[in-house]
Design a protein around this ligand. Structure first.
Ligand SMILES: Nc1ncnc2c1ncn2[C@@H]1O[C@H](COP(=O)(O)OP(=O)(O)O)[C@@H](O)[C@H]1O
Ligand SMILES: [Mg+2]
Length: 254
């Protein structure tokens, strides 16, 4: 049984202009501890799928199960992170991270060491007591990442978390993200537009078709870990990037 079992899932939204077919049908199996990327063009339903996995939206058809149990409401055992962070401006970085515990009825005092370790891992330990506005965009996303991880979630859902950052910051945070995943082996689902990012970080890449998104194919990325700049220069890496790029070329997307 897959850890996350997305089976024949379809999502339609009722709008003033009639129903919008936003996603599916798609069947995707995610094993525990995998790093899975969802790559697909804008509007194909990637964010909608993540929200359904988090239990924040219900599928119109089909089902999503976690360890054999149908997701039927908001899950508190996931960590979620979006392109725009949800840091509250009146709390320090540390207090923002603690907020995720408070919202789940957990006592943040027991997690001080864990928060310190997370801050250390993403290079924010000197900024724990700063307010979000005192941080660069990249640092804010790093803080948001700590928020997504602090309650030791079963699954981390990342919706284009690096989309708005400059190229160099993106590279750095990708390395942090990879290091943290290799340490924890938490199940990660990453939505990204970047084929290179997907190949570098993932154990498996799901290719989603243009709207309404269906699963075109799944590619296992058999490259050694950790995947640093030297792996990215290898012919094997380039071959994966071309293989996925060719699919979107066939769809006329790139
Ligand atoms: N709440 C909503 N109401 C109506 N339509 C929506 C809603 N959310 C998303 N959609 C539509 O569903 C489709 C998929 O959206 P989304 O999941 O945001 O795509 P992606 O994240 O892949 O860019 C789009 O056509 C979008 O306009
Ligand atoms: Mg989206």
């Amino acid at each position: 049984m897959p850890h996350i079992d997305i089976r024949n899932v379809v999502k339609r939204f009722d709008t003033a202009d009639g129903p919008v077919h936003a996603f599916g049908p798609a069947t995707i199996a995610v094993e525990r501890g995998e790093f899975v990327s969802l790559v697909g063009p804008s509007g194909c339903g990637k964010s909608t799928l993540l929200l359904m996995i988090a239990g924040l939206l219900a599928p119109s058809d089909g089902s999503i199960s976690v360890d054999g149990r149908i997701v039927a409401g908001t899950r508190t055992d996931v960590g979620i992170m979006f392109q725009d962070n949800t840091l509250v401006p009146w709390r320090s970085v540390r207090r923002n991270i603690e907020l995720q515990l408070e919202l789940r009825g957990m006592d943040p005092r027991g997690s001080r060491a864990r928060i310190d370790t997370l801050l250390e891992t993403v290079g924010l330990h000197d900024f724990a007591n700063r307010a979000p506005f005192e941080l660069s965009g990249g640092m804010q996303q790093r803080a948001a990442f700590c928020q997504a991880m602090v309650h030791e979630p079963d699954t981390v859902l990342l919706d284009e978390p690096l989309g708005k950052l400059d190229a160099m910051t993106r590279e750095k945070i990708r390395a942090d993200l990879q290091r943290l995943w290799l340490q924890t082996r938490t199940t990660v689902l990453l939505v990204t537009h970047s084929i290179e990012e997907a190949v570098q970080l993932s154990s498996k890449v799901c290719i989603i078709t243009p709207r309404p998104g269906r699963l075109d194919g799944v590619i296992d990325i058999n490259l050694p870990w950790p995947r640093d700049i030297t792996v990215k220069r290898s012919p094997e890496f380039a071959a994966y990037v071309s293989e996925i790029g060719d699919v979107f070329h066939r769809y006329g997307e790139i």
